[in-house]
Design a protein around this ligand. Structure first.
Ligand code: GAP
Length: 436
């Protein structure tokens, strides 16, 4: 029996099993900030590695970058963030709560009254000071998107890599927005991680490249296990488009709270490079020596959030099943994303020979795959625990293993078990994990 996950169950599992904790919890927590625990950090790392492999390592037309979070303040003038990166804010005059105007209807979601202040713009960039003097000339911003670090390095990368168009630059990193109403666990937070690509094309080829990236990014989520019925592409209407965008489509996921954006893929035209050329006074055109041409490339931008992707993968993987009259919670994460690939479990923790064999198997397998050893409960409980955190296989060492040098390997999804020779375990898992 499958049941769709709801948010409370996911949040509870994340805390109980060590995926995600409230930030500064012992001090009462910090609103909308989250810490990734031992399993969460592995999940996030696996998502980022899968993304990097797919958009950088497996392609000939992409390279990576890691730009700094703090940038010259003029970057944000040129990009338009200083003037335009605002949400409209209203206060409820009755209960004094503050909301994004587009997130409230006629009535205050907190007290139900309909008495708001007039809307006023609120800039979402987080401000700090660089150096020892706290005055206006020392203001810098924590970047609200990683994208600008790529635009301002366009020339550096183009010149040093000698890439020809079309080519792209990928970057993963933290971004910060002073969201008025952060919500839904790790879906909308003030500190989050982005995975962004800026793909530079000839203007005439931009529309085609845009469609290719929409398809590519949609299939990436499917390949990593998201069920197709929970994923869709939603093209933006003209009225939704940012002033610089010729077109934009979102990859949306059916979160427990409804369809919402997982990733946006925009055709940003030549807006960004032109703006930075104008504000910096530097030449940022692409020079095609062979054709004797120079021009501003168009930019296709697939921009996704690591945290949002993590939430979608967790929500999609979460299942409650009935097994022999009992509830089994299982995280059916893809083998590429599961934090632990293998758990090695001794059937009898008091038998030192079994324990020694289990440890030596783990020592060997962990050279290649993230493994855990656990002997802190009965085997039934150990299986349930591993199911709940998405561990792909359990290897159980029992009394018979000491005689026939075979162990039981149990697959998470089917719970089927087979006996495998200890000497053949490595090859067995290479076949299971590395075949595609
Ligand atoms: N450079 C384009 C850009 O930043 P965006 O739609 O504002 O576009 C891209 O953000 C992605 O970053 C979103 O699709 C989402 O996955 C993630 N994201 C944006 N704001 C976020 C927030 N407050 N919390 C978590 N993720 C966020």
């Amino acid at each position: 029996m499958d049941q769709s996950a709801d948010m409370d169950k996911i949040v509870s599992l994340c805390k109980r099993r060590g995926f995600i904790f409230q930030s500064s919890e012992i001090y009462g927590g910090l609103a909308s900030a989250w810490d990734y625990g031992p399993l969460g950090v592995e999940l996030k790392r696996n998502i980022k590695n899968a993304w990097w492999k797919s958009v950088v390592h497996e392609r000939d037309d992409m390279v990576g970058l890691d730009a700094s979070i703090l940038m010259h303040p003029q970057v944000w003038q040129a990009s338009g963030h200083t003037d335009n990166f605002t949400d409209t804010l209203v206060d409820c005059k009755h209960c004094k709560k503050r909301f994004r105007q587009d997130h409230v209807g006629d009535k205050c979601p907190s007290c139900g009254k309909s008495d708001f202040t007039p809307g006023r713009p609120f800039n979402l960039m987080l401000k700090t000071y660089l150096g020892a003097v706290e005055d206006a000339s020392h203001v810098v911003y924590l970047r609200p998107e990683t994208a600008q670090g790529i635009f301002v390095n366009f020339k550096n990368v183009a010149d040093t890599t000698r890439k020809k168009l079309p080519f792209g630059i990928a970057q993963i990193g933290k971004s910060f927005r002073n969201e008025i109403t952060p919500s839904n666990f790790i879906f909308r937070t003030r500190e989050f991680e982005q995975m962004e690509i800026e793909y530079f094309t000839r203007p005439q080829a931009a529309a085609q490249a845009h469609q290719q990236w929409i398809d590519e990014r949609f299939h990436w989520y499917l390949k990593l296990g998201i069920r197709e019925e929970n994923l869709r592409v939603r093209p933006h209407g003209q009225e939704e488009l940012a002033h610089y965008a010729a077109a934009c489509s979102d990859v949306e996921y059916l979160f427990p709270f409804g369809w919402s954006e997982l990733e946006g893929i925009a055709n940003r035209t030549d807006f960004d490079l032109k703006q930075h050329a104008q504000f910096s006074g530097k030449e940022l055109k692409f020079k095609d020596q062979a054709a004797g041409e120079e021009f501003y490339p168009y930019i296709i931008e697939p921009s996704g959030g690591v945290d949002r992707a993590a939430l979608a993968f967790l929500a999609d993987a979460y299942r409650e099943e009935e097994v022999r009259g009992e509830k089994r919670v299982v995280l059916r994460l893809s083998k590429h994303l599961a934090p632990n690939k293998i758990a090695v479990l001794p059937l009898l923790k008091k038998n030192s020979d079994i324990v020694a064999l289990a440890h030596s198997i783990k020592q060997d397998l962990q050279q290649r795959y993230p493994c855990v050893y656990d002997d802190t409960a009965s085997i039934g409980k150990l299986y349930r625990r591993q199911d709940e955190i998405g561990t792909f296989y359990c290897v159980t060492v029992d009394v018979q293993s000491l005689e026939d040098r075979q162990v039981t390997v149990r697959f998470r999804d089917t719970m089927q078990q087979e006996r495998i020779a200890v000497s053949g375990l490595r090859d067995y898992f290479i076949e299971k994990f590395e075949r595609d």
